[in-house]
Design a binder for this molecule. Structure first.
Ligand SMILES: *Cc1c(COP(=O)(O)O)cnc(C)c1O
Length: 430
């Protein structure tokens, strides 16, 4: 099958990037469990190492199973190429690495996954990079935060965990005017619910650990490139526009055009940072993606039912689901996610921190885990776990105060999930 743009999402999630195995005809993509690939001859090897020919050398750089996944995700996101990595956090570093240099900064949303707040506010300082956090609803603040040293703007489509919806188009208008790439973490929405590139994003990052795999089996990440950014417009992005000494002065953008970022991600990023996805992980994620649209539809249906039930329960203070008509983001969510606002939300329990702890201890179907995007329903008390490293102010800003729990609604029978929440809330609020 050719992966033409005429095919629908449901077809592409099964077929894009894959073809019967040329050696055996195997219909399912084989797990190419190999470290290295035999060169046809010495000239072939030289051409591969010079990036004059595309092929397989060594699995830190490329692997046929991983390559199918890369093409599949790039196609679903409407990008030109993708690089898979060992985790979502690896993907974020891989996205920033070609853009940043010591002294440069990234302008980031205050409403991000807790681990990303820590990565951007603390760890990247070791590279001499900085992050400036701003409220993405304050468009003037985003504009003002961009300075001569800004090399990227970073946000999430559906922010985890606060029920916050980024107006991607409005942020992209600002980054376009400033000539700065926009990176959107699309983990919580998936390309089924949201296609950030169509709304102006330059790069899309994923934790494939979550909905794309869909059953909590493997960690992985992916960086998708829109292929639309002009890396040579000025001298801000020398990794992509200037001669690369490690490849005899090759200029990635001049040589590979729209694929410059993807080639750089493999030839420099994976080669030297080594945050490679293994073929087993790619296999599990490919299996998951085959049913992505079916699962996301059910995640959304269940989340809508459960959020509405919780909102009407007097043991619950409030529910932050952008799919509820009462959400301040309800209108925006309809525009940005016409198929639904995902399966992730938070709610506040009357009784605060202690009641939240009792609630997570009393649930039977919901599992208390630090994960999301699983077929099974999950819950976490962010303030005592994922957001523990953050200050009280950062917790509130991220929508993870002490009285708040985050749920990742699974695809089980919604009546069973509601009954489970009902009995656990009774215990928690007794
Ligand atoms: C989980 C997650 C990450 C980090 O991904 P890992 O695969 O755990 O490294 C980043 N962003 C979001 C929105 C996530 O949910």
């Amino acid at each position: 099958m050719s992966d033409g743009p005429t095919h629908g999402f449901d077809t592409l999630q099964i077929h894009a990037g894959a073809r019967p195995d040329p050696a055996t005809g195997a219909r399912q993509t084989p797990i190419y469990q190999t470290t290295a690939y035999v060169f046809r001859d010495a000239d072939h090897a030289a051409a591969l190492f010079n990036l004059q020919e595309v092929g397989f050398i060594y699995s830190r750089l490329t692997n046929p199973t991983v390559a199918v996944l890369q093409e599949r995700i790039a196609t679903l996101e409407g990008g030109v190429g993708a690089v898979c990595c060992s985790s979502g956090h690896a993907a974020q570093i891989m996205a920033l690495f070609p853009l940043m240099a010591p002294g440069c900064n990234v302008v980031a949303s205050t409403r991000l996954y807790g681990g990303t707040v820590t990565q951007l506010s603390q760890t990247i300082k070791r590279f001499g990079w900085n992050a400036k956090f701003v409220d993405f609803d304050d468009l003037d603040a985003v504009r003002d935060a961009i300075d001569d040293d800004t090399r990227a703007v970073f946000g999430e489509s559906i922010a985890n965990p606060g029920g916050y919806v980024t107006d991607i188009r409005a942020i992209a208008d600002i980054t376009d005017a400033a000539g700065i790439p926009l990176i959107i973490d699309n983990t919580s929405a998936t390309p089924y619910l949201c296609r950030p590139i169509e709304m102006g994003a330059t790069l899309v990052v994923h934790s494939t650990t979550k909905y794309l795999t869909g059953n909590g089996t493997v960690t992985g990440g992916c960086v998708v490139d829109s292929g639309k950014f002009d890396w040579s417009a000025n001298d801000k992005f020398p990794s992509l526009s200037a001669p690369e000494d490690a490849y005899h002065g090759l200029k990635f953008h001049e040589t590979f055009g729209g694929l410059a970022f993807t080639f750089h991600g493999i030839a420099i990023g994976l080669r030297d940072l080594g945050m490679t996805m293994n073929p087993q992980a790619a296999h599990y994620t490919l299996m998951g993606i085959e049913t992505l649209s079916l699962r996301m539809e059910r995640h959304v249906q269940n989340a809508e039912k459960i959020a509405a039930w919780l909102e009407n329960d007097d043991r619950v203070d409030y529910v932050t689901y952008a799919g509820l008509p009462s959400s301040p983001y309800a209108e925006r969510a309809k525009r940005v996610y016409p198929k639904g606002a995902g399966g992730l939300f938070t709610f506040a329990v009357k009784g605060g921190y202690d009641a939240c702890v009792k609630l997570v201890n009393s649930l039977e179907i919901f599992s208390h885990v630090a994960n999301l995007g699983d077929a099974r329903s999950l819950i976490i008390h962010s303030a005592s776990t994922t957001h523990r490293q953050l200050s009280a102010e950062q917790q509130e800003a991220a929508g993870a105060g002490p009285n708040v729990v985050r749920v990742s609604i699974g695809i089980e029978d919604p009546a069973d999930l509601i009954a489970d929440l009902d009995q656990a809330l009774s215990t928690a609020c007794a």
